[in-house]
Ligand binder design. Structure first.
Ligand SMILES: [Fe+2]
Ligand SMILES: [Fe+2]
Length: 667
């Protein structure tokens, strides 16, 4: 009977008449109605229509709805920690089940109970005529779903909440419902988007309905802009863009969620850049249950394995060696050394007493080891070996297992603009206090420590904005007022505002501060590269151009113009007075907020200005400086935190500065 039902569903995928169904299924009309009834019980919508004196049947597809609505979470003492992932694209040859498993293992180690998956669970179907048809190893939706159900990681104590994405759409099958029905550890929240609550905050999950753009931050900003003020979620997690970035825009904490799949043929065809990894979010709620801050950890994967889909293709049963005999070793390197470039294949076989089959074996072993040796016909008509000019890197083990992981923990501040009346010195003190609490010993400053001295012809409104005008005014004030904390060293570059002092009288405030304060180290003007532990490269930059509307645009341009192999692991861009993170060409790039409220210059130009600093904890491979995990904690201050430091709050600031002077032993 099951077979008949399957056949009935197949036949009704097109409009089909009752008479035809009776013939095909060898049933009386009553039997056909019976099958319609059973199909509906199994969750299909079957339409039927009277046409002349016949009746047609048509399968509208699954009407099963396993969506779970109104999902809410309560934080644990104000903290909610979860993992967010996207786009495993199961069924595609670029699938990376090893990485997905590793990500879940990491979630388990971190004690995470909730994983959110932002769509594109499966690769979806390409028609036979589509040039991308071959990019799937599982060509139809059914087998992709089955594979997902049996292979997608299931970890004790972890529930995966998911939305489906653009890749999971099918006319007949509800991919989300099927998976939710089969897996008790998976909760289906909605098709392409869903809202849920953490305490009193609304989180929106979205699988981008719009295609990826060259400028990374363009879509996140566009989505952030599209909400009416009353509909704004507190946080928005966007899947399907295969990129990672973080932006706080219109008060919404927006994250693009990277993919968990290698670069597919479709991405290649569309020239999409693909960033692979996962995000761990640690969400802190305030007393009202609204998001106070989000600390995020990036788990990047720099390498994927194009053969990964072959490794997990078969039964899920655990394999154990039945004989317990030692597996004979095959020394690929020895064979590879035997093979000489341009050497005759026939001679090789004779010299090493190798059969045709063994030769194929040798080539296969070399290939598995990353050396694709070819056999080609040379100009004399002989079959000879052609060795590759470079070897593929073979991933033996995922870097996460490495015993070489080390941790660097530091703070970054920038654009303090001391001397300007909008300077927020009290926030800078707060940042340094927090750094001391965390046991941080190094803080990097991205420049524009001083507001500089512009002459009256270049910025006409300027004099009234700077209570401290000259080099002496600003220099002496910074010397006394710049936060001093025992055990913390500030490493400083200078920026374009500091440069004005140099222009006016050759005074370099960086040199001057280094000479005057033992806790300040001057690294140079506009740029510096710091080698932490000799391998982890941290770049500080103070560009001189204006910022772009799309946050990522300027820094993407800059990073793309850097030569390969020479890039820093982490790059921090000062000067724009904005907070933004994105992973660009394997570099973790940050834009740094300022420590001044919007200045007159910024207000005149209508520029966005962020106030705050950044704490980073970097887990890196001590052999090569590769970033394994990166914890980013922006400490941002908003309008309610601003002080009028040269007006009504003057007295409070003076007290803070006096305290600092005492710590420094200054009068
Ligand atoms: Fe600045
Ligand atoms: Fe600047």
């Amino acid at each position: 009977m099951e077979d008949k039902l399957t056949k009935f569903l197949e036949l009704t995928s097109k409009k089909v008449s009752l008479i035809e169904l009776c013939k095909e299924l060898q049933e009386e009309p009553l039997g056909i109605y019976g099958l319609k009834n059973r199909a509906e019980k199994a969750g299909y919508d079957i339409a039927y229509e009277l046409v002349d004196d016949d009746i047609t049947f048509y399968n509208l597809g699954e009407n099963k709805d396993h969506r779970t609505q109104d999902v809410s979470f309560i934080s644990d003492n104000g903290h909610f920690k979860c993992m967010v992932i996207s786009s495993p694209l199961i069924g595609n040859k670029a699938q990376q089940l090893s990485i997905i498993k590793d990500v879940y293992k990491k979630a388990k180690e971190e004690g995470i109970k909730h994983v959110f998956l932002c769509g594109d669970l499966i690769s979806g179907k390409y028609s036979m005529t589509n040039s991308l048809h071959d990019s799937n190893f599982l060509t139809d939706i059914e087998s992709q779903i089955d594979y997902f159900i049996s292979h997608f990681p299931k970890e004790e104590g972890i529930t995966t909440y998911f939305i489906t994405g653009r890749k999971d759409q099918d006319k007949k099958i509800s991919v989300g419902s099927r998976i939710a029905e089969a897996r008790d550890d998976m909760v289906y929240l909605g098709n392409c988007n869903a809202d849920f609550k953490i305490d009193n905050s609304t989180i929106k999950l979205l699988n981008s309905p719009l295609s990826k753009t060259y400028t990374i931050s363009y879509r996140p900003q566009q989505f952030g802009n599209s909400f009416r003020a009353e509909d704004k979620p507190e946080s928005l997690w966007i899947g399907g863009l295969c990129q990672v970035d973080s932006i706080n825009f219109r008060g919404i904490n927006i994250f693009s969620i990277p993919s968990l799949c290698g670069t597919t043929d479709e991405m290649m065809a569309k020239r999409y850049e693909n960033t692979v990894g996962a995000l761990i979010l640690d969400i802190k709620s305030d007393k009202k249950g609204k998001i106070d801050s989000i600390k995020y950890t990036i788990l990047p994967y720099y390498q994927t394995d194009k053969n990964d889909y072959k490794k997990h293709n078969n039964s899920s049963a655990q394999y154990t060696n039945p004989t317990e005999e030692k597996v004979p070793e095959v020394d690929a390197n020895r064979y590879y050394k035997w093979i000489k470039n341009g050497f005759s294949v026939e001679d090789f076989k004779a010299e090493h007493h190798v059969s045709d089959l063994e030769l194929d074996g040798i080539l296969e072993v070399c290939n598995l080891n990353g050396n694709d040796v070819k056999q080609v016909v040379n100009s004399a008509g002989d079959l000879v070996f052609l060795k590759p000019t470079f070897s593929r890197k073979v991933i033996e083990k995922l870097p996460k297992d490495s015993q070489y992981i080390k941790v660097a923990n530091f703070g970054i501040v920038s654009d303090t603009h001391i001397g300007n009346r909008e300077n927020q010195l009290h926030s800078l003190y707060d940042f340094y206090d927090e750094a001391a609490r965390r046991g941080i010993t190094d803080i990097y400053h991205g420049g524009d420590i001083s507001d500089g001295f512009y002459n009256i012809t270049s910025r006409i409104t300027y004099p009234e904005q700077t209570p401290f005008k000259t080099f002496d005014d600003q220099g002496l004030y910074i010397l006394r007022a710049y936060p001093y904390k025992k055990g913390i060293v500030t490493h400083l570059i200078t920026g374009n505002h500091d440069l004005t002092h140099f222009r006016n009288g050759g005074a370099n405030i960086g040199n001057w501060l280094e000479a005057s304060r033992r806790d300040i180290e001057y690294l140079g003007h506009n740029e510096a590269t710091i080698y932490i532990d000799n391998v982890l490269k941290l770049g500080l930059r103070h560009p001189i151009d204006g910022s772009s509307k799309s946050f990522s645009y300027k820094i993407q341009n800059k990073i793309e113009n850097m030569p390969s192999g020479d890039k820093e692991n982490i790059l921090a861009y000062a000067h724009y007075h904005k907070y933004y993170y994105a992973m660009i060409r394997n570099t973790h790039a940050f834009m740094l907020p300022a420590f001044c409220a919007p200045t007159q210059f910024e207000r005149d130009a209508g520029l966005l200005n962020y106030v705050g600093g950044l704490f980073l904890t970097v887990y890196y491979d001590s052999r090569n400086g590769n970033v394994i995990y990166l914890d980013a904690e922006p400490r941002l201050y908003d309008k309610k935190d601003y002080w009028d430091e040269y007006g009504k709050d003057e007295e409070k600031v003076r007290k803070l500065v006096d305290k600092n002077k005492r710590r420094l032993g200054m009068r």
